[in-house]
Design a protein around this ligand. Structure first.
Ligand code: UDP
Length: 193
């Protein structure tokens, strides 16, 4: 929580956040996924001449993602990429700092990517850094996004579970999250602030 709150911008990536915001009467306008925001930023970077660096995913995945993105956005300056399975920070940090990207996309899964960015923030030389979860898997074609009708109905999570059943172990957090939201709602109804 402390790491997230230290960010300059936090976007509601998951349907559960939108649900919680609605229950707590602080509704959010829309879901903003990491992959959508990243794709918009990549287009903008091509137009504005910003350089971009990709960090995360398996070596062949991040490479394929860079190739696919370059094919779609031929003028985009992809100044480097590195996989996300390293024990020692030295190499990726050195490469990033040599490239000094305007935009650094880190896709090592939450909360690993947020911890990495927070721990290294004073050493990373870049414009804006953003955690993008499994976006390189999507950009490389390794995993698929849910059909738009599922995205619109807040069912993308279901599609992701069907595609990657091992993600199910994460749902262990869900009842606790629902419980915390309901407890907060109760606290507000009973006259808390
Ligand atoms: N990953 C990584 N380093 C690790 C573990 C995972 O780069 O040590 C990558 C993994 O290959 C995948 C992404 O992080 O590309 C994890 O995506 P996931 O869908 O789990 O993240 P989420 O979107 O749920 O945060």
């Amino acid at each position: 929580m402390q790491i997230l709150q230290s960010a300059d911008l936090i976007v509601p990536d998951g349907s559960s956040i939108l649900w919680a915001a609605k229950v707590l009467k602080k509704p959010l306008k829309a879901r903003v996924t990491g992959i959508d925001l990243m794709q918009l930023l990549l287009k903008e970077a091509e137009k504005k001449g910003w350089s971009v660096y990709f960090l995360g995913a398996k070596p062949d995945v991040v490479e394929k993602a860079a190739i696919n993105v370059q094919r779609k956005l031929p003028k985009l300056n992809i100044c480097g990429y590195h996989h996300g399975y390293f024990d020692d920070n030295y190499l990726p940090l050195q490469q990033i700092n040599e490239a000094k990207p305007d935009l650094l996309f880190v896709g090592m899964g939450a909360p690993r990517q947020e911890r990495w960015l927070y721990t290294n923030k004073n050493q990373i030389q870049c414009g804006v850094a953003m955690g993008v979860g499994g976006s390189f898997d999507v950009l490389s074609g390794t995993t698929k996004r849910a059909p738009v009708w599922m995205q619109k109905r807040g069912l993308e999570w279901l599609y992701r579970y069907l595609q990657e059943p091992k993600r199910l172990k994460r749902s262990i957090m869900l009842p606790r999250f629902v419980g915390l939201v309901i407890a907060e709602k109760w606290r507000i109804v009973r006259g808390g602030d």
